[in-house]
Design a protein around this ligand. Structure first.
Ligand SMILES: *[C@@H]1O[C@H](CO)[C@@H](O)[C@H](O)[C@H]1NC(C)=O
Length: 951
C-alpha cells in the first residue's frame, strides 16, 4: 500500500461515523476550532454542536482519542481567513482546505507548529502573501500542495528540510526568485531526495536552473518547470535523474545547447523543451526509447535535415517540432511507428514529396505540415481520409484538396449514457450516466503533461471514467458514476476535463460525500493510468446539501418510517398534481383562444402583416374538411405520433397532403406560427414545399404538396411496386443531397433537418427526390452559431454518434444520416437489420483492392449484374459521410459535387431531369404506406452498435 492510500484509509477510519468516541474533545482543540469557525463563513451546520469529536463528529472533523487529527473541508464554500488558531491543533495530521475560493489572506506562519502534519492541501483557494518559511519545520509532511493561489515571493529554502516530502506542488501562483539550493548555511531543494514531484509551473521563477539542484540520490519522477522565466542553459546534471518520467521545461527563456547526457533519462516518456531559445544541434534522443510525447518546437536549433533518431522511438505517439529549422524531406518511415497519432512539423523548410509509405500508423489523427516547401504528395487511395494538412506549401498552390485546408476544430466528448435512456430532470438536476436525476458534484481536472494527442478519444475517456470509479468504489466513496465533458487544451498545453460525480442511491451528496471525494483527488489518492500524467483537481462549491442538518444521523427505522410516510405523501401529491394539470390545461386552452397570435393574420384584411408567409395559404377548418372529403378513410394515407395525414384535392385540382395534429400533440400557437414561418421560407425543387396551414377551431394542420410516388424506403424495399436502377439511384442521391444542401447552406435561416432517412425522401412522378418532414427541424438562429445543443432525437440507425454523445447538433449530423441513406441506396437494406448495422457491415467487408470493393454480399441483388459505373466512388462518399467525427465528414455542398462527378464519369448528365416516369415501371402493388406519417422517434437506448461509436 502506498503512503497516500495509507493516509486515506486512516482518514476514513477516523472520520467514520461508526467510531464510538467515549471522551469529549480536548478543550484546547474545541476552543481552537471555535476560533477558526468565528473567522469563517459557511462552515457546516453540524459545527453548531457542542462536541467536535462527538458521535457523530462534526462534518469535516476527524478525531483520535479526543484530539482533532483531521480537518477536510474541500469544496465546502468556506470563506474568510485562516487564523493562527490552527496552530493550537497540535495533533493535526491532515488539513485539506482546497477549493474554497473565499479563503484568502496570508497563510499564518504559526502553521509551522503542527509538527505532526502530514498532508497539507490548500489548492485553488485565494491565499496571498509569501509561503511561510516555517513550513520547513513540518517534518512529517508528505504532501504539500499550494497550487492555484495568489502566493508571491520566493520558494522558501527551508522546504529542503522536509525529508519525508513526496509531493511538492506550488504551481500556478505568482512566485518569484530563483530555485533554492543548499549552501553552507542554508538548506535547499536538492536535499529533497524522497520527493517524487516538483510541480513549479505557471509562476515567475527566474534565474538559471542551478546545476546543484540535481543529484544522483534524488528520486524525482515529475519535474514540471514550464511557463516560468528561467534563463541560462539546461544543466547537464539533469542526466542524474534516472527515475524521471516527465520533464517539462517548455515556455521559459532557456538558451544554449541541450546537454548530451539527457540521453541518460531512460524512463522519460514526456519531454517538452518547446518555446525556449535553445541553440546548437537538435538533441539526440535515440536512446530514450520510452518516449511517448516529444515537443521541441520553437527553438533556434541549427538548420538540419530530419533527425534519424525517430526510428528507435517505437512508443512515440506525439511528435512536435514546429519551427525548428528542419530542411529536406520527411522520411516516410516516420509514419509507420505503430502508435503514432500526431505529427506537427509546421513552419519549417521541409521539401520534396510527402509520402506516408504504404502502412502508416492506424492511429494517425494529425499530420500538420503547414507552411513548408513541400512540392508534392503521394496520396494513396486508402489514405484519402487521413488528416493531412499541407496548407501554405507549393503543393497546395491553387489546389483545392482536402489536405489543402486548415485544421478543423476537434470534436467534443461527453460521457454517453450507460445502456439507458437519459431522463429529463427538473430543478437543475442532471441525468447521470446511469440515467438517474441528481445534483452532481463537479470540478475540473487539469492534466499537466498528458501523453494524449489533441483532445483524445472517447475510448480514452471511458477508460478514465472506469479507472476513477473502480478506485472510488474500492474506498467506499458514495459515488454512483462519473461523467467527463468538454475536453479542452489551454495555452499551456494542459488538457482540462469537466468532471461530474453523481451520488450513490440518492439525488444529492451530503457534506462528507463531497469532501471525501474531493480529498481523494486533491491528495492524489486516485492515480490515473500513466497516459494521463500528473493532474490537479479543482472542485466547485457544492450547493445542494440536504436541508440544514447533517442528514447522516437518522436511524434505519427513521428511514423506513420516512419512506412509508413519504410513499403516502407521494400518492397524495400525485393526485393533486393530476388535478392541477387538468385545470391548467383547461386554463391554457382558454388562454390560447384569447391570445391568438394568428389574429392579425387574417388574409382577408390583407393587413400586410404576414410578408413571411408568401406562398403559404391559411385554410379554414371547413375548407380542410371539404378538400379531404370529410377526412374520409380512403383519404387517410398515414398515421404517426403527430397525428394523421390525409390526401386532398384543391378546387384547382392540385393534390395536397394534409397533416392533422392529434389533440395531444399540438404545439403552442406561437410555436406553430414559427414553424409555419420557417417552412414557408423553404423553396427548392428537391424539398417538399408547404402549401398552407390551418389554425382554426382548435385544430392545427400543415398542408403540403402531394408527392405521388411514396418514399425512397418503399421503393427500395419493393413495396412501391417499382425498382430503381443504378442511374436512378444516382439521381435520387443527387436530388436529395441538393435538397439537403439547400437547407444547410441556402435557406435563411439555415435548417438542420435532424431526421434524414429513406422514409423522409419522397419521389415525385418523375422519380425526382424531395426531402420531406421537418417535424424535427431546427433553425440555426444567428450565423456565428455552428451548433445547437438539444435533447437527442432522431431515428435509430441514422443517428450521428457524435450528436448522440455531445448533444450538439450540427449540419454534420445530417451528413451522417445522409451517409447511412446512401448505404441504403447501395444495399437496399435498412440501417439496422437483424441486429446488424449497415455501416459496420460495409466497413468490415470492404476490400478496396477488389472489384466492387468485395461487398457483393450486401449489395442490393437487383443491382448485381447491371453496370455499376462509379460504384466504388459512391461507396467512398457514403463512408466519408459516416466518419466518426463531424469534422471529418464532408459538407453537403461537397457531397453534391462528388455525386455530380460520379455521374459525369458514369456518362450521366447531373443537370438533366429524369425523363422516365414511374409509369415506365411495372406496378405490382398500389397499397404502399404513404410517407407523410411522422415516424415514432427512438432515443438511443444502448442498442446502438458500439463499434459505430468508436474508431
Ligand atoms: C530540398 O532541400 C534541400 C536542402 O535545402 C536541397 O538540397 C534539395 O535539393 C531540396 N530538394 C528538392 C526536391 O527541392
Amino acid at each position: 500500500m502506498g503512503i497516500r492510500e495509507f493516509y486515506f484509509l486512516v482518514l476514513i477510519f477516523t472520520q467514520s461515523l461508526l467510531v464510538y468516541v467515549e471522551a469529549q474533545t480536548n478543550n484546547l482543540d474545541v476552543s481552537a476550532l471555535k476560533a477558526l469557525q468565528d473567522a469563517w463563513m459557511g462552515t457546516p451546520p453540524s459545527w453548531d454542536g457542542l462536541d467536535p469529536c462527538g458521535n457523530p463528529p462534526w462534518e469535516g472533523i476527524g478525531c483520535t482519542n479526543s484530539r482533532i487529527t483531521s480537518i477536510t473541508l474541500a469544496s465546502m464554500g468556506i470563506s474568510g481567513r485562516l487564523t493562527g488558531d490552527i496552530a493550537s491543533l497540535t495533533e493535526l495530521r491532515t488539513l485539506d482546505l482546497s477549493n474554497n475560493k473565499g479563503l484568502s489572506g496570508n497563510i499564518p506562519p504559526s502553521i509551522g507548529n503542527l509538527k505532526k502534519l502530514s498532508i497539507l492541501l490548500m489548492e485553488g483557494c485565494s491565499f496571498s502573501g509569501e509561503i511561510p518559511d516555517t513550513f520547513g519545520s513540518l517534518e512529517q509532511l508528505v504532501t504539500l500542495s499550494l497550487t492555484s493561489n495568489d502566493l508571491t515571493g520566493p520558494i522558501p529554502p527551508s522546504l529542503g528540510n522536509l525529508k519525508m516530502l513526496h509531493w511538492l506542488d506550488v504551481a500556478e501562483n505568482r512566485l518569484t526568485g530563483t530555485i533554492p539550493v543548499s549552501t553552507a548555511t542554508s538548506p535547499g531543494l536538492d536535499q529533497l531526495v524522497n520527493t517524487k514531484h516538483f510541480h513549479f509551473g505557471g509562476n515567475q521563477l527566474s534565474g538559471t536552473i542551478p546545476p546543484t539542484l540535481f543529484n544522483s540520490n534524488m528520486t524525482l519522477i515529475h519535474l514540471l518547470f514550464e511557463n516560468n522565466q528561467l534563463t541560462g542553459s539546461i544543466p547537464s546534471t539533469i542526466g542524474l535523474l534516472r527515475n524521471l518520467e516527465v520533464l517539462r521545461l517548455d515556455r521559459n527563456r532557456l538558451s544554449g545547447t541541450v546537454p548530451p547526457n539527457i540521453s541518460n533519462l531512460l524512463s522519460v516518456h514526456e519531454f517538452y523543451l518547446s518555446s525556449n531559445q535553445l541553440t546548437g544541434p537538435i538533441p539526440n534522443i535515440e536512446k530514450l526509447t520510452s518516449m511517448i510525447s516529444l515537443d521541441l518546437s520553437n527553438n533556434s536549433f541549427d538548420t538540419t535535415s530530419f533527425p534519424s533518431w525517430y526510428s528507435s522511438l517505437s512508443s512515440l505517439m506525439t511528435l512536435a517540432m514546429e519551427n525548428t529549422q528542419l530542411i529536406g524531406e520527411v522520411p516516410a518511415a516516420l509514419f509507420s511507428i505503430p502508435r503514432l497519432q500526431s505529427v506537427v512539423l509546421r513552419n519549417n523548410k521541409l521539401n520534396g514529396t510527402l509520402d506516408l509509405g504504404s502502412g502508416p500508423s492506424s492511429q494517425l489523427q494529425l499530420v500538420d505540415l503547414q507552411n513548408n516547401s513541400i512540392g508534392g504528395y503521394t496520396e494513396r487511395p486508402d489514405q484519402r481520409n487521413l488528416p493531412i494538412i499541407l496548407v501554405e506549401n507549393p503543393v497546395c498552390e491553387g489546389v483545392d484538396r482536402s489536405y489543402c485546408r486548415p485544421l478543423q476544430s476537434n470534436p467534443s466528448y461527453s460521457t454517453p449514457p450507460n445502456n439507458c435512456i437519459p431522463l429529463t430532470c427538473s430543478n437543475d438536476q442532471v441525468s447521470s450516466p446511469n440515467c438517474q436525476c441528481a445534483y452532481p458534484f463537479t470540478g475540473n481536472i487539469t492534466l499537466r503533461a498528458p501523453s494524449i494527442t489533441g483532445l483524445g478519444s472517447s475510448s480514452l475517456y471511458s477508460s478514465l471514467e472506469s479507472s476513477i470509479m473502480s478506485n472510488f468504489t474500492s474506498y467506499g466513496l458514495p459515488v454512483d458514476s462519473v461523467s467527463i465533458r468538454n475536453p479542452i487544451r489551454n495555452t499551456d498545453n494542459y488538457l482540462i476535463l469537466q468532471l461530474g460525480f453523481f451520488p450513490l442511491d440518492t439525488d444529492r451528496f451530503n457534506r462528507t460525500g463531497v469532501y471525501m471525494t474531493a480529498f481523494a483527488l486533491n491528495n492524489q489518492t486516485y492515480k490515473p493510468p500513466d497516459i494521463f500524467g500528473p493532474y490537479i483537481f479543482s472542485g466547485e462549491q457544492y450547493n445542494h446539501f440536504q436541508g440544514a442538518g447533517s442528514g447522516s444521523s437518522k436511524s434505519n427505522t427513521g428511514i423506513i418510517i420516512g419512506a412509508a410516510v413519504g410513499g403516502f405523501v407521494l400518492v397524495v401529491l400525485a393526485i393533486l398534481a393530476g388535478v392541477y394539470a387538468f385545470r391548467q390545461k383547461k386554463r391554457a386552452e382558454k388562454a390560447d383562444k384569447q391570445n391568438n397570435p394568428f389574429a392579425l393574420w387574417n388574409p382577408d384584411k390583407s393587413s400586410g402583416s404576414i410578408p413571411q408567409l408568401k406562398g403559404t395559404k391559411p385554410f379554414t377548418f371547413e375548407e380542410m374538411r371539404k378538400y379531404s372529403n370529410n377526412f374520409s378513410e380512403v383519404n387517410d394515407i398515414g398515421t404517426g405520433g403527430y397525428g394523421k395525414v390525409y390526401r386532398g384535392t384543391l378546387p384547382d385540382g392540385k393534390m395536397i397532403a394534409i397533416k392533422r395534429a392529434m389533440k395531444g400533440s399540438m404545439q403552442g400557437a406561437i410555436e406553430f406560427k414559427s414553424e409555419i414561418e420557417l417552412l414557408s421560407r423553404v423553396h427548392h425543387k428537391n424539398v417538399v414545399s408547404l402549401v398552407g396551414f390551418c389554425f382554426d377551431q382548435s385544430e392545427q394542420m400543415l398542408v403540403y404538396e402531394y408527392i405521388p410516388n411514396g418514399t425512397l424506403k418503399d421503393s427500395l424495399s419493393g413495396q412501391s411496386g417499382f425498382r430503381l436502377d443504378w442511374a436512378r439511384r444516382l439521381r435520387i442521391a443527387l436530388g436529395s443531397a441538393r435538397g439537403l444542401q439547400y437547407l444547410h447552406e441556402l435557406a435563411d435561416p439555415p435548417i438542420i433537418h435532424r431526421d434524414i432517412k429513406s422514409n423522409n425522401i419522397l419521389l415525385d412522378d418523375r422519380l425526382n427526390a424531395k426531402v420531406a418532414d421537418f417535424g424535427l427541424s431546427k433553425a440555426i438562429g444567428n450565423p456565428d452559431q455552428t451548433h445547437i445543443t438539444t435533447q437527442v432525437k432522431g431515428t435509430m440507425g441514422y443517428m450521428d454518434p457524435e450528436y448522440y454523445m455531445t448533444n450538439q447538433l450540427t449540419d454534420k449530423s445530417d451528413v451522417y444520416s445522409f451517409g447511412v441513406t446512401l448505404l441504403e441506396l447501395v444495399t437496399a437494406k435498412q440501417p439496422i437489420e437483424k441486429g446488424k448495422y449497415i455501416v459496420r457491415e460495409v466497413r468490415e467487408r470492404m476490400d478496396k483492392t477488389k472489384v466492387l470493393y468485395n461487398i457483393q454480399e450486401v449489395i442490393d441483388p437487383f443491382l448485381l449484374g447491371t453496370a455499376l459505373d462509379g460504384f466504388e466512388k459512391f461507396v467512398d462518399v457514403a463512408l466519408r459521410c459516416v466518419m466518426e467525427t463531424g469534422a471529418d465528414r464532408p459538407t453537403m455542398g461537397q457531397v453534391v459535387k462528388e455525386i455530380e462527378n460520379i455521374m459525369q464519369l458514369a456518362g450521366l448528365n447531373p443537370d438533366v431531369e429524369s425523363t422516365a416516369t414511374s409509369a415506365n415501371y411495372e406496378w405490382t402493388s398500389q397499397g404502399f404506406n404513404h410517407p407523410y406519417n411522422d415516424e415514432s422517434l427512438f432515443m438511443y437506448s444502448g442498442a446502438f452498435p458500439r463499434s459505430s461509436l468508436e474508431p
